[in-house]
Design a protein around this ligand. Structure first.
Ligand SMILES: Cc1cc2nc3c(=O)[nH]c(=O)nc-3n(C[C@H](O)[C@H](O)[C@H](O)COP(=O)(O)OP(=O)(O)OC[C@H]3O[C@@H](n4cnc5c(N)ncnc54)[C@H](O)[C@@H]3O)c2cc1C
Length: 399
């Protein structure tokens, strides 16, 4: 068995959460091992609607990647919500905008930047298969690629950034809360669809919020159009998803005119994507990104949360990690306290949002409070936005 010199931090998964965590720790001068089971540096998550919320922008700036993201193909975009009472932009103009950046561009950009950092060793093509523990504390893991013998990695802190189905969480027996998702979804790309004002992302809240449709503008004149439909309609869509998808979009008020664009690729479907909340720490182990909290894809927020949880973890623990000689047992030490701090921050920031958003996944009529908030937003922001621009925004896509 090959064993490497111990690292300060060993991260499983080099997606958005893992690469961001690695880069932020490396910026603090800590030595990081970053393990990714996919061998190709250009690997990326295929099923995503690619919207980065404004809350991700400060993290991109901290990583020194903001300009590069825009130069590589990121499109500034604000989300425009279209309710049955009117439309408004989120956030209100004047605050930062989000960015639509395809994962084919974002994931490799982050991973490549991590691979080039002198404090980070990227092990691509290795799958973590087992956790190493001592006195009920995680002290590292065993990883394996197709050809080589298993290899042990020891670290003061192990980080699970291995996504929604986190095998690390399962191996460690992390307590988990799951909320069902009562919608299924379909996604397709179109080229040359007419764009909406300011390249904004459009979201239609169909009926009383039981169903949703969204159009996400991307670079290269691509638009991703997604539908989220109540689960109880699944049998009607079965075997005729393509026709149903086209009709669903055509029935929208001022929806994207799919017939005017050129379809790129297959219709992709997804079903049974529950919201999952895991306890974000155990002794010697922290979870970030989807491994800690995977929310309904409808929210278009998981990538930004991956970056925020990475930031929370690094801010909470980097000082304690500097104080530790890498071999030392850590229970009851500064690091254990720092991990408690991360857990608290994570719970305070994410738990209320998890609670709220996972209720939207039930595909029920709006709660009276939600209805009130939407009505108020239409009244306050819808009007203000249009006035601020000097004219009412056209509700039809401009040609
Ligand atoms: C249909 C859909 C649409 C979405 N749309 C949006 C959106 O518009 N905006 C948004 O912000 N979010 C969106 N999301 C959510 C977003 O995709 C996730 O929140 C985000 O990918 C989480 O990043 P992550 O790094 O935590 O996990 P992942 O992206 O899943 O990365 C995990 C990484 O770990 C690696 N890995 C896994 N197991 C191991 C192992 N044992 N050993 C080594 N490596 C391993 C994987 O190969 C992968 O690279 C969407 C999700 C879906 C399903």
């Amino acid at each position: 068995m090959k064993v490497t010199t111990p690292y300060d931090v060993a991260i499983v998964g080099a997606g958005i959460a893992g690469s961001t965590t690695a880069l932020l720790y490396a910026q603090k001068g800590l030595r990081v091992a970053l393990i990714e089971k996919q061998r190709e540096r250009g690997a990326y998550k295929r099923l995503c609607t690619h919207f980065l919320q404004p809350s991700a922008v400060p993290v991109l700036k901290k990583l020194g990647l903001y300009r590069e993201v825009l130069e590589t193909g990121g499109v500034h975009s604000t989300m425009r919500l279209r309710t049955r009472w009117g439309a408004f932009n989120v956030p209100h103009p004047g605050t930062a905008r989000g960015i639509n950046i395809r994962r084919a561009l974002l994931d490799p950009l982050l991973r490549e930047r991590a691979a080039r950092h002198p404090m980070i060793d990227l092990y691509a093509g290795y799958k973590v298969t087992q956790l190493l523990t001592e006195k009920q504390e995680v002290i590292g893991f065993t990883m394996q690629d197709d050809e080589a013998e298993p290899q042990d990695i020891h670290a003061t802190l192990t980080v699970a950034a291995d996504g929604r189905h986190s095998s690390i969480a399962k191996l460690a027996g992390v307590p988990t809360v799951t909320q069902a998702n009562e919608r299924f979804s379909y996604y397709a790309y179109y080229r040359h669809l007419p764009r909406y004002p300011d390249n904004n992302t459009q979201v239609w809240l169909v009926g009383e919020g039981q169903a949703y449709v969204a159009a996400f503008p991307q670079n290269n004149d691509l638009t991703l159009v997604s539908c989220y439909v109540p689960e109880k309609q699944f049998h009607e869509w079965q075997g005729q998803a393509e026709a149903r998808y086209q009709q669903f979009v055509a029935d929208l008020d001022n929806g994207p005119p799919l017939g005017e664009g050129e379809r790129v690729g297959e219709l992709m479907g997804m079903r049974k994507a529950p919201s999952v909340y895991r306890r974000p720490t155990l002794p010697g182990l922290a979870l970030v990104g989807d491994a800690a909290l995977a929310i309904d894809p409808l929210a278009g927020i998981g990538c930004s949360w991956a970056m925020i949880s990475a930031t929370q973890l690094v801010n909470s623990t980097h000082r304690a990690l500097h104080r530790h000689p890498t071999e030392a047992p850590v229970a009851g030490t500064a690091l254990a306290r720092a991990l408690q701090g991360y857990r608290l921050r994570h719970n305070l920031y994410f738990w209320p949002q998890f609670w709220l958003l996972s209720r939207f996944s039930r595909a029920k009529r709006y709660h009276p409070i939600t209805r009130g908030v939407l009505l108020a937003a239409v009244k306050l922001f819808g009007g203000a936005f249009d006035r601020q621009r000097g004219a009412a925004l056209p509700e039809t896509p401009p040609l």
